[in-house]
Design a protein around this ligand. Structure first.
Ligand code: C2E
Ligand code: MG
Ligand code: MG
Ligand code: MG
Length: 280
């Protein structure tokens, strides 16, 4: 056991920090490479309209397979991408990849109504986002309503005028905008009606706690009512079991997403999943 505070301890501590820094730098370099050489891919998770049983859309979720370390979850590599200044590139990559995939599904006659892509605040700060989205849709023969852009509530708390202008321009174009992880961002509700969004995603922590927590049920009710009054679609995330599904249905939730319906899966698996389901 090294004694911290002594000179030897300080050196030991330093070496450990240096070791960690080396590991992080190596991981960042691998992520940078992965972004450019195909080490990243997207999985797609179905979102269901409970009323009709039909597919409402799919959410694209990034997956990274490290050449030596194997699968690294987004919870680990998204913060890494942020630190390394790669998160904007990740978002641009995901946009391009999701549009390419959407066009392929269309050509194959696979009925995916829309694809949702998670973006970082960095993406909305970048000047080129709006023309890039327009260019991608055009290049792939898609219409703006084929695409949903998800952003987190916390990200919008300190939205600059240029971010808001980008959101307005995207909305005017007809792209769908969705507020992810809604209910966790400590925001004032008064800002909601000023945002040009179409959709709220009820954070999965509420869904997880529905069965045994009265506060989670009350907040879920509230968020669904907010959606009703502001004419926003509410997507309930993280639905894992039939009890949660039932408690959501009782509260008037219509669009649901979670392991109960389908996990995030490769594009081909999603096509098979759709083929195996009765479609409306
Ligand atoms: P998110 O956008 O809120 O995505 C939902 C997360 O919940 C996903 O985790 C999904 O796999 C997971 N999930 C779905 N259904 C269930 C369920 O029934 N139970 C549970 N426990 N979890 C469920 P994932 O794929 O690990 O992604 C985590 C987060 O990483 C995402 O949260 C998103 O914020 C971020 N992320 C993923 N892909 C991208 C990307 O391409 N760009 C950016 N900027 N962020 C991304
Ligand atoms: Mg999301
Ligand atoms: Mg979420
Ligand atoms: Mg999240």
């Amino acid at each position: 056991q090294a004694k911290l505070g002594g000179r030897g301890g300080a050196r030991f501590f330093n070496e450990e920090m240096q070791q960690r820094t080396r590991e992080r730098v190596a991981l960042e370099a691998a992520l940078r490479l992965g972004l450019r050489d195909g080490g990243l891919r997207l999985h797609y998770q179905p979102q269901i309209d409970r009323r009709s049983g039909s597919l409402y859309g799919v959410e694209a979720l990034a997956r990274w397979s490290h050449p030596q370390l194997g699968e690294i979850p987004p919870a680990r590599f998204i913060p890494l991408a942020e630190e390394a200044g790669l998160v904007a590139e990740l978002g641009r990559w995901a946009l391009g990849e999701a549009c390419r995939q959407m066009a392929q599904w269309r050509r194959a006659g696979i009925p995916v109504p829309r694809v949702a892509v998670n973006l970082s605040t960095r993406n909305f700060e970048e000047e080129g986002l709006v023309p890039m989205v327009a260019g991608l849709l055009d290049a792939h023969g898609l219409v703006p309503g084929d695409l949903t852009l998800e952003m987190t509530e916390s990200m919008l708390l300190d939205a600059t005028p240029s971010v808001l202008a980008a959101l307005q321009a995207l909305r005017a174009m007809g792209v769908h905008l969705s507020l992810d992880d809604f209910g966790t961002g400590y925001s004032s509700l008064s800002y909601l009606h000023r945002l040009p969004i179409h959709e709220l995603k009820l954070d999965q922590s509420f869904v997880r706690d529905l069965a045994d927590n009265a506060t989670a049920r009350a907040l879920t009710n509230t968020i669904l009512r907010i959606g009703d009054s502001l004419k926003l679609t509410v997507v309930a995330e993280g639905v894992e079991n039939t009890l949660q599904a039932q408690l959501l249905a009782e509260r008037g939730s219509t669009i649901v997403q979670g392991y109960l319906y389908g996990r995030p899966m490769p594009a081909q698996a999603l096509a098979d999943w759709i083929a195996g389901k009765p479609q409306q």
